[in-house]
Design a protein around this ligand. Structure first.
Ligand code: CDT
Length: 315
């Protein structure tokens, strides 16, 4: 018997600054109903699915941005989504900005959670690779202040045994880093879920065309899937948010690195694929049989060094 998960990637169109959580949750519920009609086992929503991509806005006082954060999950606004997903027997992965008090200090993270078909929390991931900058940068065409509003995640890249498979999560910029997938690959991950908010243009260069940026988006996920023998589900929040355009291009990628489902619009849209988790085995047991072929004695620099340093010597 094959182990197959029918997965829905719930791409979301733009969320404006003025949109309420309730209005956004109504859209997420509509996507959930499409997933129910498609008999999905699991729905993946984007990064920061409940709000506009607020790190594009600068605030001198970080606390002024706390209205974009959730203090508990589920909460009053999101409970209808959690209850409906549980009633439909559909698991969920969704991203949000998390504000938490730990060790008597306030912490803010870019977070996503995995909920099982019974509505129980399986696990939480906090974004590790925070892109952008911490101070206002007048050189950029627009700001990307994730380093100002979030701390780097402190939970690593766990993989959970849930919904009949080995499931992991990461968030947006994490998808560009091979380390992200490999740490999960070493835990035998079979499905990586991720959401993204990626500007269509580059704030620091006019030379990076939207098509090239879309190529980088897909290439990163396809390489991560192939090199680790895992499914990857990448889901965008996209379209024009208060004059700032985010790319679409949500995909479901097979363990061969092949895109098997792809969004066509820049709006709310469900993409669906049957993800046969046993399909991961061929790569994992042959070309990427880690136990047989990896040579960690030569990989020390990856954990010892952060930035690149050229070799010593002249010439
Ligand atoms: N949300 C997010 O991580 N976006 C980044 C764009 C960074 S541009 C400074 C991404 O990697 O898609």
């Amino acid at each position: 018997m094959t182990r197959s998960l029918r997965v829905g990637g719930a791409q979301m169109g733009p969320i404006q600054k003025a949109d309420s959580r309730e209005a956004v949750v109504a859209r997420m519920l509509a996507l959930l109903e499409r997933a129910r009609a498609e008999r999905c086992d699991l729905v993946v929503y984007p990064e920061l699915a409940l709000t506009t991509f607020f790190p594009r806005w600068y605030a001198e006082d970080i606390g002024e941005m706390d209205g974009w954060f959730e203090r508990e999950m589920p909460n009053a606004a999101t409970r209808p989504l959690f209850e409906r997903a549980r009633d439909c027997g559909i698991g969920m992965c969704l991203g949000y900005a998390e504000l938490t008090e730990e060790d008597r200090a306030i912490h803010r993270y870019n977070t996503c959670i995995l909920v099982d078909k019974q509505g129980a929390l399986v696990g939480k991931y906090r974004k590790v690779h925070l892109p952008g900058h911490a101070e206002h940068d007048p050189e950029r065409k627009w700001q990307h202040l994730e380093k100002r509003y979030f701390e780097p995640g402190n939970l690593g890249f766990p993989v959970w045994r849930a919904l009949g498979g080995n499931l992991g999560m990461c968030i947006c910029n994490d998808r560009r880093w091979p380390e992200t997938y490999r740490v999960m690959g070493l835990q035998d991950v079979e499905l990586v879920m991720l959401g993204y908010n990626t500007p269509t243009g580059n704030a620091q260069s006019d030379d990076e065309a939207p098509a090239l940026r879309m190529f980088h988006n897909h290439m990163s996920m396809q390489a991560g899937a192939y090199q680790n023998g895992t499914w990857v589900v990448g889901v965008a929040k996209c379209g024009d948010e208060d004059g700032h355009e985010l790319m679409a291009g949500s995909v479901i990628v097979s363990p061969d690195g092949v895109i098997v489902a792809e969004a066509k619009s820049m709006d709310d849209e469900l993409i669906v694929a049957d993800c046969d988790l046993d399909k991961c085995q061929f790569n994992k047991k042959t070309i990427f049989d880690f136990a047989a072929h990896r040579r960690p004695e030569h990989y020390g620099l990856i954990v010892e060094r952060t930035g690149a340093e050229p070799p010593e010597g002249g010439g």
